[in-house]
Design a binder for this molecule. Structure first.
Ligand code: TXE
Length: 484
């Protein structure tokens, strides 16, 4: 089979990288290279920035209705091509095709549609000074902005950034993860069909050092919206500090799942299993530290193990598969090394713990069994560091105070879920938990209007709804005094 050759998308055209450098793109379920992608550098970036700057005056002055029309057309095209996009996502990332279709691709279209509508409804404040003056706030687009996205929800997170950036009138240089470039490449074809003017969105492929870092450092890039690892987030903060760029950082998590004895037991078991192992545990919102009230600990641990052992693991391209491959060999090795570390730290495997060999097409794929570990205290590395794979730990607590203390004992602060029928307790805990997102008796239920992001090492700034529209605009106060 010949390799697919991915190209950059600059000024409405598909271009090879100027220096002719390429990277391999692996299919994680088979371990085989199936595409090549540009490893772009500063030269490609300069071209893209020039194209974006040229496109900016016209795009920023395009009426909201017209921008919305183009974005809605793009969402329609994603929906019309959902089967092809879902297959591409499953092949490129290793995730089950059903998940790709129902979550990734479905939500990519929903993101774009949401911000298409948002730009027609966006308004800003006015502050009257009694009998003296009126202030009004202009919210103007920033100019050329960077959107850098990760590999775990490739098209979904890519659109989550570019949609508000474009809807507010910015021109964008976007960089998908070099590990999962395919759906961003396919999206570039749809942008053209949707009538997005040349240069408004430019997509550059390549590694962090080669193109990600230059993108954040470029003096003509006004803001960076980034989702990825916390260490990369720190590098981006340092790289942009002198230029005082606007930054939105959505970083890692080590999210607690807090299960009380009065939870709706059967439903909670199912949802807690999903929150730990959806997308092979590779979602920043996954609940990887499961805290269980002591009185139901044994029963819950057994039920959770039984639930997880029923997952259908296999070829991501099969409709029935519920659990696919990890995204890359280095990532699989990282996850396996954390399982070994957890064992050395005194953990007991309740289920899983091994690389999984699958027969047939996927014999060389990067599969790891869903793994549950007990017997570790909260201070050990397996409970403090982000593993970002199909590994969760179980700990017990005796009362609400201890549950809260364990939940907050983390350098991360992204998300938390609480499972209890005592709604007063849930509200009480929600106020005290140090995370940007709290789910009560649910997980991953998303309303696109709500603020999305974390505190502590999980990032700064928020995405979603008005937060994103505000991030991608510069507020300017205009004060007009009356004459009397
Ligand atoms: O992420 P990176 P990696 C966590 C998870 C994972 C770890 C490392 O724990 O194991 O991070 O994953 C680009 N300047 N998350 O190494 O490198 C990179 O090319 C600018 C959590 O894959 O942070 C890619 O496009 N950009 C997470 C993007 O950053 C740079 C999702 C993210 O990759 C860059 C993914 C640089 N210096 C991993 N270096 C989440 N929050 O959902 C790299 N990049």
């Amino acid at each position: 089979m010949s390799l697919i050759r991915i190209q950059n998308y600059i000024n409405g055209e598909w271009l090879d990288p100027i220096d002719g450098q390429y990277l391999d793109d692996f299919e994680p379920a088979t371990g085989q290279v199936y595409a090549t992608i540009p490893n772009s550098n500063e030269k490609d970036l300069d071209l893209a920035v020039k194209a974006a700057q040229q496109a900016f005056p016209s795009w920023s002055n395009t009426p909201a209705e017209q921008k919305a029309k183009i974005l809605n057309k793009l969402a329609d095209l994603i929906e019309q091509n959902q089967d092809e996009l879902a297959e591409a996502e499953a092949r490129d990332n290793g995730k089950p095709i059903t998940l790709a279709k129902n979550v990734d691709i479905y939500r990519a279209a929903a993101n774009i549609r949401f911000f298409a509508q948002a730009c027609t409804q966006f308004s800003s404040e006015s502050h009257a000074m009694e009998n003296t003056a009126i202030n009004y706030t202009l919210r103007q687009p920033l100019g050329v902005v960077a959107c850098i996205s990760p590999w775990n929800l490739p098209l979904y997170l890519f659109t989550w950034k570019i949609a508000p950036a474009l809807a507010t009138g910015n021109c964008v240089i976007a960089k998908p993860s070099e590990v999962t470039p395919m759906t961003a490449y396919l999206l570039s074809k749809l942008c053209s069909q949707a009538g997005l003017p040349r240069g408004v969105l430019n997509i550059l492929h390549g590694t962090g050092p080669s193109i990600g870092a230059p993108l954040t450092e470029h003096p003509d890039i006004k803001a960076v919206s980034f989702t990825g690892g916390s260490n990369t987030g720190t590098l981006i903060k340092q790289a942009t500090a002198k230029q005082h760029k606007k930054l939105s950082l959505e970083l890692g998590g080590k999210n607690p799942t807090v299960v009380f004895a009065d939870c709706d037991f059967d439903r909670t078991v199912k949802e807690v299993a999903r929150s730990a192992f959806a997308n092979q545990g590779q979602i920043c919102l996954c609940g990887s530290r499961i805290l269980i009230e002591e009185s139901i600990y044994d029963r819950f641990a057994t039920a959770l193990r039984n639930e997880v052992e029923q997952l259908i693991i296999g070829d991501p391209l099969e409709e029935t598969t519920q659990f696919g491959a990890l995204v890359s060999k280095p990532h699989m090795d990282k996850v396996l090394s954390y399982i070994e570390l957890a064992k050395r730290e005194g953990g007991t495997l309740l289920t899983g713990g091994e690389q999984l060999k699958i027969k047939g097409r996927c014999a060389d794929g990067y599969f790891v069994q869903p793994t549950i570990i007990s017997g570790l205290n909260n201070q050990c590395r397996a409970n403090q560091e982000e593993i970002f794979g199909p590994v969760c730990t179980l700990q017990s607590f005796t009362n609400e105070k201890e549950a809260l203390q364990l939940a907050n004992d983390s350098e991360y602060g992204l998300a938390c879920s609480i499972w209890s029928q005592d709604i007063s307790r849930c509200h009480r805990l929600a106020q005290q938990i140090e995370t940007g997102i709290v789910w009560i008796n649910c997980w991953l239920l998303r309303d696109l209007r709500t603020p999305f992001g974390g505190m502590k090492a999980s990032g700064s700034g928020r995405e979603g709804g008005l937060e994103a529209m505000r991030f991608f605009t510069e507020p300017k106060n205009v004060c007009v005094q009356f004459k009397h």
